[in-house]
Design a protein around this ligand. Structure first.
Ligand SMILES: Cc1cc2nc3c(=O)[nH]c(=O)nc-3n(C[C@H](O)[C@H](O)[C@H](O)COP(=O)(O)OP(=O)(O)OC[C@H]3O[C@@H](n4cnc5c(N)ncnc54)[C@H](O)[C@@H]3O)c2cc1C
Length: 625
């Protein structure tokens, strides 16, 4: 076993170990602010690894459902709504560690992980058309990144330079026009929802975190998806697990404040949460104040900020509203952040006070007959009704003024979805500019108008668009004012540590808490990681937390990524050919690195008799790459 960062381990030894019951756990209670993935995961880790009785755990949620951002609902009049869909991957170490223990609701005697694993084994994800142009034509990006040598250098610099260099910097301060013109940026920004004004630091963390997936970006073969939307595939099984263990949920309960005793002890930081304050809203909207006193044995886990706070749904005939009013999740963080003069509770306004830069709009389109699915099939090159992978992740219309992307996941996307309907998800990175067909910004559009713009970029003849958008689909627009709040440029200390120094009975959860690991945000993994880190730290659980997958330290991955970033162009040294061959032969024959460089395609194999024809190796013959 190797311990890299306090409490983090890598390898199988601790992965399969069962921690013993932590001392004193039977005397403790736990309170969670929010019922998003982070809190649900935290409660599950308390039960499974902390062996805390479920009835000692209470989850306080301002809304009426579990799951937070992990939504998926059929609204009575509007229709199906998903604010987002989760691109997932094998190296969500904490998430899969959680879901290996949560029973599937779909497959008897299987865990959610088993269900997911079998599904993605049988039906692997990849895209047959990742980018379109000219109204539904394949842009034939040829799986190329088209990074110029200058842009390649910029990527390499961001990768190699220290984190501190990118604090408070925007992406457009570290990359040039060359980079922004590349296919790489199209793939990258639309897959992860980065804007040019977002954090260069987070972009760097993403490069490290997902370096093993660089080759899979153009086809999205890096990704895996759940059977249904993530409310049904993730949140509901977690909810059932927690209810079965006796965990209490209090809905319509907004936590308004937490008090702390911040008096240091013996010159050392000592921070203890002493009281939770909340208001409970009844069915008539009347609010009643309540709360609970906290002693040293009462733990509180607080989700701070929320990417989906104040999101608003329109309908087929009504635009979604941009709600810039009071936002309880942000107000709560602001209130407690102001309490600690040391600044240990973070700076919420770095993230939550920039709606024009953090908002975007998505829409859920439900098709009502076969006409729109025919256009989907033309682009996806797969039958959308097959029950299998359809678009294989997002399709981006690269010449769309909204920078519109859309996706059709395996159908049905909702368990109770009629068999002849398709649920698609659409989103636009540019929220304020008029579209190409609809001369309005997406923010001003009804669901019907968003459908028109989508149909236009799928190549539906213009004359047919109005009627098809009016009768062929029912679309719900969703405006999310804070959806990329965590991507705002930041520096160390802007996010509070998951367990701040000296904290005895509280922790921060979710995307706005700083994990001890180098993990990146806007992921389910990050929320679960903060949950695991907080529970394991506060209960002193003896098992290690899985380290972020260490591909960024794997020389093979780095060389393969370098090859992809160069679009397969092999390294050539300056000077005549025979010198090139001599140096490469020396490299390959006398160092282990040379062999790996050949394997990863970065240099030609000059040890063989022929470079580009048949190569002889270990007495066998095979086609050279
Ligand atoms: C559009 C979209 C696309 C996404 N795509 C991906 C993806 O491709 N891959 C991926 O891995 N992840 C993706 N994510 C991110 C992932 O879904 C989130 O990071 C994760 O679900 C966040 O969980 P959380 O519990 O940390 O926070 P949230 O989901 O925000 O939950 C917080 C909960 O706490 C409640 N709450 C907050 N404050 C209070 C309070 N004071 N009192 C009471 N209740 C409170 C809120 O109502 C909410 O229910 C996406 C998210 C969105 C919105």
């Amino acid at each position: 076993m190797t311990v890299y960062t306090s409490g983090y381990t890598s390898g199988n030894y601790e992965a399969f170990a069962r921690p013993r019951k932590p001392a004193g756990v039977d005397d403790k209670t736990a309170w969670f602010v929010g019922a998003g993935l982070a809190s649900l995961a935290g409660a599950a880790f308390l039960v499974r690894d902390g062996q805390m009785k479920g009835e000692k755990i209470t989850i306080l949620e301002e809304g009426r459902l579990v799951g937070g951002a992990l939504d998926g609902i059929k609204e009575p009049e509007r229709g199906f709504v998903i604010r987002g869909g989760r691109e997932l991957e094998d190296h969500y170490e904490c998430l899969w560690d959680l879901f290996r223990s949560i029973p599937s609701l779909e497959v008897a005697d299987a865990s959610v992980l088993d269900e997911f694993y079998w599904l993605n084994k049988d039906d692997p994800n990849y895209s047959l058309c990742r980018v379109t142009e000219n109204r539904g034509q394949d842009a034939h990006t040829g799986h190329m990144f088209s990074l110029s040598p200058k842009a390649q250098k910029e990527v390499t610099h961001v990768f190699l330079a220290p984190r501190s260099e990118f604090e408070n910097k925007r992406i457009n301060e570290v990359f040039s026009e060359d980079f922004f013109k590349s296919n790489f940026w199209i793939y990258w920004r639309t897959m992860f929802a980065f804007e040019e004004w977002h954090s260069a630091l987070e972009m760097k963390l993403y490069l490290h975190r997902f370096i093993h997936h660089i080759g899979g970006l153009p086809t999205l073969s890096a990704l895996k998806f759940t059977k249904y939307n993530q409310y049904e595939s993730f949140a509901l099984p977690l909810r059932k697990y927690l209810l079965d263990h006796g965990v209490q949920f209090k809905f319509s309960t907004t936590v308004t404040d937490v008090d702390f005793d911040l008096s240091d002890k013996d010159g050392k930081p000592h921070k203890q949460a002493t009281q939770i304050h909340w208001t409970v809203r009844d069915d008539n909207g009347t609010e009643t104040a309540g709360g609970v006193d906290l002693g040293p044995n009462d733990l509180v886990f607080m989700t701070i900020g929320s990417l989906t706070e104040n999101s608003d749904n329109g309908d087929h005939h009504t635009p979604a509203k941009l709600n810039e009013g009071p936002a309880p999740a942000w107000e709560f963080w602001r209130k407690i952040a102001a309490k600690d003069p040391s600044g240990a509770f973070g700076r919420p306004d770095v993230f939550g006070a920039h709606i024009p830069e953090t908002k975007w709009e998505a829409a859920t389109a439900t098709t009502l007959d076969k006409r729109i699915p025919a256009y989907i099939q033309k682009i996806a090159k797969r039958d959308p009704f097959s029950g299998k992978v359809v678009t294989g992740g997002i399709v981006t219309a690269k010449d769309s003024k909204w920078l519109l992307s859309w996706t059709v996941n395996r159908q049905p996307h909702f368990k109770n979805q009629p068999k002849d309907q398709i649920v698609a998800w659409i989103y636009a990175l540019f929220t304020d500019v008029p579209g190409d067909y609809v001369k309005k910004s997406i923010q001003e559009c009804t669901g019907e108008e968003i459908t028109q713009e989508w149909l236009y970029h799928m190549g539906v003849p213009e004359a047919e668009i109005p009627e098809l958008a009016a009768t062929g689909a029912k679309t719900v627009p969703t405006m999310m004012p804070y959806v990329t709040a965590f991507f705002m440029p930041r520096q160390k200390g802007d996010r509070p540590d998951v367990v701040p120094a000296g904290a005895t009975n509280f922790a921060f959860l979710g995307q706005f808490a700083e994990s001890r690991s180098r993990d990146c945000i806007f992921t389910c993994e990050y929320s679960v990681r903060t949950a695991m880190e907080s529970v394991y730290t506060l209960l002193n659980i003896e098992r290690g937390i899985p380290e972020v997958f260490n591909s960024t330290y794997d020389i093979r991955t780095l060389l393969a990524a370098a090859t992809f970033l160069r679009d397969g162009e092999q390294v050539r040294l300056p000077g005549p050919d025979f010198i090139n061959r001599w140096v490469l032969r020396h490299l390959e024959e006398s160092t282990a690195l040379g062999g790996i460089m050949v394997e990863e395609g970065l240099i030609p194999d000059v040890r063989t008799k022929k470079e580009n024809g048949v190569k002889e190796e270990n007495g066998t013959k095979e086609e050279a790459k």
